[in-house]
Design a protein around this ligand. Structure first.
Ligand code: SF4
Ligand code: SF4
Length: 288
């Protein structure tokens, strides 16, 4: 039953996300009986925001707008873009995981690799539960990142892209800007994962305290830093940006290490997300 004001609904969604994150499913599993993620950040954007159309040009032509993925999921519900909202969240890595990964220089620490696999499984569960809770409450919702229609796309111009970018959804929801390494620098840093849902609801959009999509990166804003260039073990980050192909090749090589050293099927890296100026927050010199 829809009976909440816009602000009440926003708070209700934020509380649901925090509740799930405080539950037992948020775990690294195995020998680490501890949460995969810290306290989440949550933001909202309007379905009619002009950024969604711009993403087709700058992220990839297959990128869904909120109204496109909503119509695919709920073909019997006629909606206009302005009736939709996007809810995005940031799941920060824990202090223990970041400390472990900071000490690595080629392969991910076990906690980091576990967050990539079991933490991401939790993120998918969170997407399902948030979409289900909203739909049950009278606000039909879909998590684009786990939609059966979601697909990855390769192209000459964008190399690897997909039908929904969680990081770009988070950018639209005021949660951060991009760094030299392509990661999103959020108020809790770049060592994090993101998730989102699209919902038919009127939610107050979170303010975006930036106009430049790289406003929180010291290299782009000041010409300094470059920590992520030095941290990458395979030279995938240079002053020209992030080479997705070289990065992906290294991720593939981490599979054998994760299996042999940690005893499960997985992969990961995140060295450019730890031991860097933007690891745990927006660099103070650039904070809004
Ligand atoms: S480590 Fe430095 S250069 Fe790299 S993304 Fe972060 S702020 Fe930018
Ligand atoms: S994830 Fe690893 S391989 Fe990829 S850019 Fe970052 S440090 Fe380099």
């Amino acid at each position: 039953m829809q009976e909440k004001s816009d602000a009440e609904l926003g708070q209700w969604i934020t509380d649901r996300i925090r509740e799930v994150c405080a539950g037992p499913e948020n775990t690294l599993q195995g020998r680490f009986h501890e949460p995969a993620w810290g306290e989440p950040l949550v933001g909202f954007a309007q379905g009619s925001d002009s950024l969604w159309d711009a993403y087709k040009e700058y992220v990839g032509p297959e990128q869904w707008t909120p109204v496109e993925i909503f119509a695919l999921t709920f073909p019997d519900i006629a909606v206009e873009a302005q009736e939709l909202a996007v809810v995005s969240w940031v799941l920060p890595q824990t202090e223990a995981t970041k400390a472990d990964n900071r000490r690595e220089d080629v392969y991910p620490a076990e906690r980091w690799a576990r967050s990539r696999i079991f933490g991401e499984e939790f993120n998918d569960l969170l997407k399902r539960q948030v979409a289900a809770a909203l739909t049950e409450a009278g606000y039909p919702a879909v998590a684009p990142g786990i939609s059966p229609a979601f697909k990855s796309v390769s192209s000459e111009r964008f190399v690897f892209s997909s039908t929904w970018s969680e990081r770009h959804a988070a950018y639209a929801c005021g949660l951060g800007t991009f760094g030299l390494s392509d990661g999103l620098i959020t108020p809790v840093g770049k060592a994090m994962r993101v998730g989102s849902v699209v919902v038919r609801a009127d939610l107050p959009p979170t303010s975006r305290p930036y106009t430049d999509h790289q406003a929180y990166c010291l290299f782009h804003a000041r010409g300094t830093c470059g920590d992520c260039i030095r941290r990458c073990p395979v030279g995938a980050i240079t002053e020209a940006g992030h080479d997705k192909v070289v990065c992906r090749e290294h991720l593939g090589r981490t599979r054998a290490h994760v299996r042999d050293a940690y005893g499960f099927e997985g992969y990961g890296c995140g060295l450019c997300q730890t031991g860097v100026a933007c690891e745990s927050g927006i660099p103070p010199a650039l904070a809004p």
